[in-house]
Write a protein that binds this ligand. Structure first.
Ligand code: FPP
Ligand code: MG
Length: 316
């Protein structure tokens, strides 16, 4: 199968005699999915007493963003025979977890950032106390939301999703990655192994859960879950390499957060170890590996193939 990566708008990924007319419009796909996710997120949290905490939770949850994790989850659920409706509560939970991790990451005790997604960070608007609680509120609500709102899915699949999300969030995932990341700050000789550990856990774990949970909800076979997991691990690492590159090459306006923060904070990054060009090359190689995992799904995998390409072509 010929896969022609196209990081622009219209994608004509597989040119074979039987699929001459096949085109995939990633921009439209992303825009449509984003609208669905935004609507579901907006509906997910109502403002009741004590208003302040719900407002703080909504402030960050609805601040925009690529919605990559929910979109990946919806895409893998559909790819493996499920529906958008089956996966939407998990998709929302993934964004709640991602958002809470960013609220906490931006706190003065961690990265001390003033801007996120082009807006003032949560603690800058609501104060540190409420920002911590808004993160806690989002994290616990994410699990409640999956358990209470998932419809037309077998209970054992929902249970597996809850377990997978818990693992991705905790010390075996995001939390563990963040701990090593913080411990590595200001250290000039961070090894490639440590850098990989940080990113596989801090970013990769939730991206992998996003992809695999979509498959679990659709009762995908163990072999297909394994393929999805490999796909996700590859795009997860590529995503982080691109993040490190963008920190150097993109502007604060493009990023919606402070550019060149990694350099200022003397953070270990892939470009610092390999240089920019080799980092770009490595990201591209990971994306090719990721796409190879999905060849067995044929044309149905187009959204995920295009999303993988988008990771290396994005500008924020
Ligand atoms: C951004 O990284 C931060 C993360 C991807 C996650 C950080 C994880 C935590 C704060 C743990 C949260 C707690 C729980 C319970 C999940 P970055 O600082 O490299 O990127 P940035 O430039 O976008 O801030
Ligand atoms: Mg940060």
């Amino acid at each position: 199968m010929v896969l022609m990566p196209n990081t622009g708008h219209k994608i004509n990924p597989m040119v074979s005699k039987s699929q001459i007319d096949t085109t995939f419009d990633l921009s439209t796909y992303l825009a449509e999915r984003k609208v669905l996710v935004e609507k579901a997120l907006d509906k997910s949290i109502r403002i009741i007493y004590p208003e302040k905490i719900y407002e703080a939770m909504r402030y960050s949850l609805l601040a925009g963003g690529k919605r990559l994790r929910p979109i990946l989850c919806l895409a893998t659920c559909e790819l493996t025979g499920g529906t958008i409706e089956m996966a939407m509560p998990t998709a929302c939970a993934l964004e709640m977890i991602h958002t809470m991790s960013l609220i906490h990451d931006d706190l003065p005790a961690m990265d001390n950032d003033d801007y996120r997604r082009g807006k003032l960070t949560n603690h800058k608007v609501y104060g540190e106390d409420i920002a911590i609680l808004a993160g806690d509120g989002l994290l616990s609500y994410a699990f409640e939301f999956v358990a209470a709102q998932t419809k037309n899915v077998l209970p054992q699949q929902v249970l597996q999703v809850v377990a997978r999300l818990g693992k991705a969030v905790g010390a075996a995932g995001l939390v563990g990655g963040q701990v090593v990341d913080l411990a590595s700050e200001g250290i000039s000789e961070v090894s490639e192994e440590t850098l990989n550990f940080i990113h596989i856990h801090k970013t990769g774990a939730l991206l992998e859960a996003s992809v695999v949970c979509g498959g679990i909800l659709a009762t995908a076979s163990p072999t297909n879950l394994e393929r999805l997991s490999h796909f996700a691990k590859n795009i997860g690492l590529a995503f982080q390499i691109v993040d490190d590159i963008l920190d150097i090459t993109a502007t604060t306006e493009e990023l919606g957060k402070t550019a060149r923060k990694d350099i200022e904070a003397q953070k270990a990054t892939y470009p610092a170890i390999w240089g920019l060009e080799a980092s770009r090359h490595q990201a591209q190689k990971l994306i090719e590996n990721a796409k190879a995992e999905l060849e067995v799904f044929g044309h149905k995998a187009m959204p995920l193939i295009a999303l993988a390409d988008y990771i290396t072509s994005r500008s924020n």
